[in-house]
Design a protein. Structure first.
Length: 665
């Protein structure tokens, strides 16, 4: 029988948070954010423990450490800040601290008036043991303290003062016996992304529809002229659907008709023709030089370009002839086109990721991203990633972000929750969500509680879209202009990242192809649209205002600290956001009914808003400019959707004067 050293391994470290799937996947943060780590740390007996949080940038050889502090019930917390793009590692180290344990007992004995003469000698011996393990820089100090603590001729009060000195305990704890130390067996990781991964405002537009002239195909030069409009709306990401050559075979006509007319442009997702494939630009849009100019001019306006990457081909794509092994061939000698029964996409061939030439296919897919990275693109919206192998995405994103840690990948995966979450864990920076279909207070509250209050928050970054070229919800179809305003405020304030498909959104395009369908009538996916951006009923001013509010209020630039407040009306939803230091607080109240005025009493959690129960306070509505004098948690609200269907309120925390009261009364 082997006897185990009864001191080794005494400390238990467990329930570390954040830790995704037992450390299999990294958590996500952006540059400058704090990583707060908690764990249960305990040991047998009554000894005092010490714990540190270890962290390092992935390429660094040595660890940095920061102390962890005990909370309650053996729960400990520490934190570190990530300062550069890439990956960090972190873990926890804890140990039984003999000197602190002795010091704790000494303090109790002193208070009890007991004889401590021998105890002081024990403490001196402990410091001497530490001195023998310490480097010369600290060994001298530890030896001096040991001598003073063991000096029986010195006054006992002076020796006690030294024994309880925090500096002495801190130095002694640095050089504990290695046999007493327990290190958490896993090195956990955190991926650090650029700030736009946390906070961004996206605008989707079809380049071919940017033309100011009826009947003409838009160009990238036309898109450049549209950038001022996008910037004035307050968007900092412009997202382009595929800009590649469009195939001719089985080209779809208007409203997804099987037979296209001679002048029908086809859908941009049917990629590839005699003009090239995924590394080419549709000839009518312009040249590669035009694209680089578009990216450069967008950046000058503070806008990043996001490009759609869709791994699929038209029957005319060069890949079909050059690499037939990358596709599924049917017994009749034809290639299997894309299907999602009952939907059929005769103009699209999916790649066969089970091909015998897996390495060749994967490397080519990687080279597509690398090509557009060379053209200045740093943000990619990836079409239907859930229909490609998980292992492929983990490899691809890992390879690309190793060399380009500033890349952002948005997953367009409207699929089952576990698949969406898996893609996020594998490396996708942001993800589309179910937001478009969550319209009741209960649905919104439950869904966003899941996204912001569970472990999901550490790996899944939602990007909220009230509409897309594929999604025109029933709520928007029948809610009129107020419905678009409501969904905009919800998207822009519930999420730090959101986007709209425009100009369809600001012009409140709500005509469905047929009853029960979410497809647009005369969808821009199949034709060139001419949008009247100057229409009197456009929401452009409202959108610009909401985006300005987002830029001016840091509380809306993060998904943390989202808090729902009670309202006595199911058609009213109330929630707040605040910065970690509560220096900026925003309260949002939205009427979810686009047809009728709704009213009710809100019950605010004043502590969450940084307000006191006893003081009156002012609420400044950033949408209307109105100011309201409120008192206590219980206050009345009334919202007319045909005027402004929401309040975005900023509390003014000050004691009001008599003149202020007179003004409101």
């Amino acid at each position: 029988m082997t006897i185990v050293d009864n001191e080794a391994g005494r400390v238990v470290i467990e329930r570390v948070d954040p830790e995704i799937d037992e450390g299999r996947f990294p958590i996500k943060r952006v540059v400058g954010e704090e990583v707060v780590v908690e764990a249960d740390v305990f040991a047998d007996g009554h000894d005092v423990l010490s714990a540190v949080l270890l962290y390092r940038f992935e390429d660094d050889l040595s660890w940095e450490e920061t102390p962890m502090e005990p909370l309650v019930n053996d729960r400990w917390r520490g934190s570190f800040r990530v300062s550069k793009l890439g990956r960090y590692r972190y873990t926890i180290r804890a140990w039984v601290d003999p000197f602190r344990s002795w010091r704790s007992d000494l303090e109790k004995r002193v208070k009890a008036g007991q004889d401590i003469s021998v105890d002081l000698l024990v403490g001196a011996g402990l410091l001497e043991q530490v001195r023998q393990r310490a480097p010369s820089a600290d060994a001298g100090r530890l030896g001096k303290w040991a001598n003073e603590l063991g000096a029986t001729k010195k006054r006992e009060a002076e020796r006690v003062r030294l024994a309880l000195d925090d500096n002495v305990a801190a130095v002694a704890s640095m050089y504990t016996d290695a046999d007493l130390v327990t290190t958490y067996p896993k090195e956990l990781s955190v991926v650090v992304d650029p700030e736009k991964a946390r906070f961004g405002t996206w605008y989707e537009m079809f380049p071919r529809s940017c033309t100011p002239d009826h009947g003409r195909h838009g160009t990238l030069k036309d898109c450049e002229k549209r950038l001022r409009y996008v910037a004035d709306l307050g968007f900092d990401v412009v997202y382009l659907p595929p800009i590649h050559p469009i195939g001719h075979t089985n080209r779809k006509g208007r409203n997804n008709a099987l037979d296209a007319e001679a002048n029908d442009p086809g859908t941009p997702w049917a990629i590839g023709s005699e003009a090239g494939g995924h590394k080419s630009i549709h000839p009518e849009l312009g040249s590669l030089e035009d694209f680089r100019g578009f990216v450069s001019n967008a950046r000058k306006r503070g806008i990043e370009v996001a490009l759609d990457i869709a791994f699929q081909c038209s029957p005319d794509h060069p890949y079909v002839k050059e690499h037939p092994e990358w596709f599924v061939w049917r017994p009749d000698g034809t290639v299997q086109y894309a299907e999602n029964p009952p939907k059929k996409y005769q103009d699209i061939y999916p790649f066969n990721f089970d091909t015998v030439d897996r390495q060749g296919l994967w490397e080519e897919m990687k080279s597509i991203f690398e090509f557009w990275i060379e053209q200045g693109v740093r943000i990619f919206r990836v079409d239907n990633p859930h229909t490609k192998p998980f292992v492929f995405w983990e490899w691809l994103i890992g390879e690309l972000k190793r060399d380009h840690p500033d890349l952002i990948f948005l997953a367009e995966a409207f699929t089952r929750p576990k698949i969406m979450y898996r893609l996020a864990k594998l490396g996708f920076t942001q993800s589309y969500t179910y937001f478009a279909w969550r319209s009741s207070k209960w649905e919104l509250t439950q869904y966003f509680t899941e996204l912001t209050k569970t472990e999901v928050k550490d790996f899944f970054r939602p990007n909220l879209w009230p509409n897309t070229p594929d999604i025109l919800t029933e709520y928007l179809q029948y809610g009129g202009r107020p419905a678009f305003m409501i969904r905009l405020v919800l998207a822009a304030t519930l999420g730090a990242s959101y986007g709209i498909y425009g100009p369809a959104f600001e012009l409140c395009e709500a005509r469905a192809r047929e009853a029960g369908s979410e497809e647009y009538l005369d969808s821009e996916k199949y034709e060139i649209k001419h949008w009247d951006l100057d229409r009197a009923d456009s929401l452009r001013e409202f959108i610009s205002l909401v985006n300005r509010i987002r830029r001016d209020n840091a509380a809306l630039q993060s998904n943390s600290n989202l808090h729902f407040h009670n309202v006595g009306n199911e058609q009213l939803i109330c929630y707040s956001k605040r910065t970690d230091d509560s220096s900026n607080v925003i309260l949002v109240i939205v009427n979810l009914d686009p047809h009728h005025t709704q009213s009710g009493w809100v019950d605010l959690d004043l502590a969450e808003l940084g307000l006191r129960d006893s003081d009156p306070y002012q609420m400044h509505d950033l949408l209307s400019g109105a100011r309201y004098l409120w008192h206590g948690p219980h206050n009345y609200v009334e919202l007319n959707p045909h005027a402004v269907p929401a309040h975005i309120l900023r509390p003014r925390r000050k004691v009001l004067s008599e003149q202020d009261f007179d003004y409101y009364l």
